[in-house]
Design a protein around this ligand. Structure first.
Ligand code: DAT
Length: 179
């Protein structure tokens, strides 16, 4: 019996809890399906593989290049089981993802989490505003089939645990069996 595993995008404003959920999800899914799921922390990949042409001097971060990033991910996306953790998504091919998890959090949570991360004040304000103005939310719903999007609140540890369960069930429902 052959199994085909879905690719999952976990997205949302920086600080909503993408990486935390993505790590839990990878561990959990690989317990049931050893070696079938692979977490890609895109921000790390951009730095490691130098997937940028410009460097943002103000915030001292790279400005990722969409084409370079898509080229770097392309091959593994065909394998399935990729868990992609990133705050932007409109430039990925629609066909790549079978499930999109959009995380949301309250302004105060995002403010506190990014302050703790040591982000500069302006970057914190930009991200809090982006969450208030639904920037990533609108990008997701404008770019993908709304039927594959799951939107979840991620303010508390209890919510994170509940989200893990919701996403695991959604992933399991999208594993395809063929003989
Ligand atoms: P992101 O990857 O979206 O930038 P993260 O997973 O790194 O976010 O989380 C930022 C911080 O917030 C980190 O210290 C863990 C914490 N956190 C994430 N989700 C949470 C939740 N649902 N409840 C409480 N804390 C959370």
């Amino acid at each position: 019996m052959e199994q085909t595993f879905p690719n999952i995008l976990i997205t949302g404003t920086p600080g909503v809890g993408k990486t935390s959920l993505a790590r839990l999800l990878e561990d959990h899914l690989n317990e049931g399906f050893p070696g079938k799921f692979n977490l890609v922390q895109v921000s790390k990949l951009v730095v490691e593989q130098k997937l940028y042409k410009k460097w943002n001097e103000e915030f001292n971060v790279p400005e990722f290049d969409e084409d370079m990033l898509c080229d770097a991910l392309e091959q593994s996306m065909h394998l399935g089981g990729q868990i992609i953790d990133f705050h932007s998504c409109s430039f990925f091919p629609r066909s790549w993802f079978q499930l999109i998890v959009l995380l949301r959090a309250n302004n105060t949570q995002i403010f506190d989490r990014l302050t703790e991360r040591g982000y500069p004040e302006r970057k914190i304000r930009e991200n809090v505003e982006a969450e208030i103005f639904n920037v990533v939310h609108d990008e997701v719903y404008e770019s993908y089939d709304n039927g594959i999007v799951v939107c979840l609140e991620s303010n508390t540890v209890d919510e994170m645990q509940a989200n893990l369960e919701t996403v695991v069930n959604a992933v399991k429902s999208k594993i395809k069996q063929s003989f």
